[in-house]
Ligand binder design. Structure first.
Ligand SMILES: NC(=O)c1ccc[n+]([C@@H]2O[C@H](COP(=O)([O-])OP(=O)(O)OC[C@H]3O[C@@H](n4cnc5c(N)ncnc54)[C@H](OP(=O)(O)O)[C@@H]3O)[C@@H](O)[C@H]2O)c1
Length: 223
């Protein structure tokens, strides 16, 4: 099961995993691409989409996770959905967006991982991958909420790894990628913005397709 599959890294992960008929894939998020909807309609036993807004007060995470884990030889939870907003100095952050940021970047990954443990059939190997960021370990002025959420997520998954050695748990820093999130940064104001503009103009941002392929080859096994 992958969160946030409508664009960026999540779309690339979904596309590459769903293209392999060995995998059953569930996508969770607010929106989906036409291609994803077509695939889910054509192969409902292998591809499922669950519409939900992670900033909502209550979420039914058990249903998609059960679908994803049932009958799997190895179940994966890929916590990819994220938002970098609010961008700005502490003291000027929109409180509603701060709450959404913590919900999307931290609370939902925590809740989804907790639910995953409860629905994972006994004896089924499980892997939880938290898509993190360099911002988890490096303070970036203007990104306080995002840095805090990613740092919190990494620590949560370190604790989970200690508690459940039988589950494979990893926090992954995908590096800067040419996605909508980088577009948000180029449209925002913060002290180090120019380096993000330069990286885009110089073409040094990673391609989400390449990052997805690397994550899959390093962390997902077939069969
Ligand atoms: N891009 C980078 O340079 C970079 C660097 C380091 C780490 N990361 C991390 O990599 C991951 C993927 O980022 P990306 O660059 O691919 O971002 P993106 O292009 O902005 O895509 C974000 C995804 O998260 C979903 N999402 C956002 N808010 C949501 C909500 N309230 N409810 C449900 N889904 C929501 C979006 O789906 P909908 O809007 O359709 O709901 C979308 O599919 C994130 O965890 C990000 O923090 C990115």
């Amino acid at each position: 099961m992958i969160t946030g599959v409508s664009r960026g890294l999540g779309e690339a992960l979904f596309e590459q995993l769903a293209a392999d008929r060995e995998h059953r894939v569930a996508g969770l998020g607010r929106t989906f691409t036409e291609k994803q909807r077509g695939l889910a309609a054509a192969e409902p036993e292998r591809v499922a989409l669950y519409t939900m807004d992670f900033a909502a007060a209550t979420l039914d995470l058990a249903r998609p996770l059960r679908w994803a884990a049932e009958g799997a030889s190895h179940a994966y939870l890929i916590l990819n959905a994220g938002m970098v907003e609010p961008v700005g100095p502490v003291g000027q952050l929109d409180p509603v967006v701060v709450r959404d940021s913590i919900a999307v970047n931290l609370t939902v990954p925590m809740l989804a991982a907790s639910t995953f443990l409860t629905v994972l059939p006994p004896g089924t190997p499980g892997t939880v991958l938290f898509i993190s960021s360099g911002a988890a370990t490096r303070p970036i002025e203007g990104w306080a909420a995002y840095c805090a959420a990613k740092a919190g997520g990494e620590m949560f998954f370190r604790v989970l790894a200690e508690e459940r050695p039988g589950i494979t748990v990893a926090s992954i820093n995908p590096g800067r990628m040419d996605t909508g999130m980088q577009g948000v940064l180029r449209r925002s104001e913060f002290p180090t913005k120019q380096s993000y503009v330069d990286a885009y103009e110089e073409g040094t941002l990673g391609r989400p397709e390449d990052v997805a392929a690397r994550i899959i080859s390093e962390h997902v096994t077939r069969g």
